[in-house]
Design a protein around this ligand. Sequence first.
Ligand code: ZN
Length: 91
Amino acid sequence: MKQVYRYQMEPDKVTNCEKCRRPIFFVKTVKGKLIPLDYPPNAKGNVTVSNENGVNVAHVYKNNAAIKDQWPIYLCHFASCPAAAHFRKKK
Ligand SMILES: [Zn+2]
């Protein structure tokens, strides 16, 4: 049976971005892609993290209006990193 819990942030899982040194943590999305999220939560973000059967799963929304407001909202570090070009290869 699938049990879904709100993810409790573990501060010891926080690391620093290799490029800008800001605090981030990595979580896999529902599709299995590992993404960096800013720490602490940011209401301008569009990502929530839940814990499903013991595994943390990031849910990326198109806009944050769709998010249940009692859940912490995280901003994807791709959106805030000054060195974001490092993550996305130029075409
Ligand atoms: Zn960065």
